[in-house]
Design a protein around this ligand. Structure first.
Ligand SMILES: Cc1cc2nc3c(=O)[nH]c(=O)nc-3n(C[C@H](O)[C@H](O)[C@H](O)COP(=O)(O)O)c2cc1C
Length: 203
């Protein structure tokens, strides 16, 4: 399905967590990433790097490594054993059953450096905001390709484990894992606040 109406593309995109087994082609992945790299970025630093994971063995290794850290955190939270196993196995299944996983990383290498924490934190936020802009382009383009996706924040909670599993250098900071595939569910449309409830005009 080819869609050209940007408003319709934005409104009809949904987070999809269940996929058919259909393969996503490399051409589609290149078109999707090409949309990502045309996002605006602070200083035009383009502070992003992507890992495309479609190898079943690597998906399994990554999901298991992330699941192990998730389990540790849930134990610290004091969750009961059954709940922990359900949550961890659901997480592993979500990532291993998606045809493609796209890991989006932030790199601060091309961003400015400051001696003080306040400005350095602001610079880091600019990097993160730039990566988020790229992710939104990616999500919308996935939708125009007739595919679906879901943005998962899980790598933020286990950055070291993700770096180690994928052999990433320390300057690549995992931000999001995006599952991609042909949708196998049609969830209800999550409600949005109305514009009038989230805006203040100064006229
Ligand atoms: C920063 C960010 C993190 C998210 N993390 C998760 C996640 O960990 N698990 C999940 O199921 N969905 C996650 N989502 C998807 C949201 O739940 C989803 O966008 C929201 O419910 C609205 O639904 P929609 O995308 O279909 O409009 C995340 C979205 C964003 C923007």
């Amino acid at each position: 399905m080819i869609m050209y109406d940007i408003k319709e593309v934005i409104r009809s995109r949904r987070s999809i967590r269940k996929y058919r087994e259909d393969i996503v082609s490399d051409e589609q992945i290149f078109r999707i990433l090409d949309a990502g790299i045309w996002a605006p970025s602070a200083h035009n630093a383009q502070p992003w790097q992507f890992c495309v994971i479609s190898s079943p063995a690597m998906k399994q290794r990554l999901a298991k490594a992330m699941g192990a850290k998730y389990r540790q955190d849930l134990i610290i939270d004091g969750e009961d054993a059954d709940t922990i196993e359900t949550l961890v196995s659901t997480s592993i299944e979500r990532f291993t059953k998606a045809p493609v996983l796209l890991l989006v990383c932030l790199t601060m290498k091309g961003m400015d450096s400051y001696p003080d924490k306040k400005r350095q934190d602001a610079e880091s936020i600019m990097g993160i905001q730039s990566v988020a802009a790229a992710i939104q382009n990616i999500l919308l383009t996935i939708h125009t390709e007739g595919l679906s996706a879901c943005w998962f924040c899980a790598p933020l909670f286990c950055q070291k484990e993700v770096q180690k599993t994928l052999g990433l250098s320390k300057d690549l900071l995992p931000q999001a894992l995006i599952t991609i595939g042909v949708p196998d569910e049609a969830p209800e449309v999550p409600k949005r606040f109305q514009v009038k409830d989230v805006v203040t005009f100064y006229q």
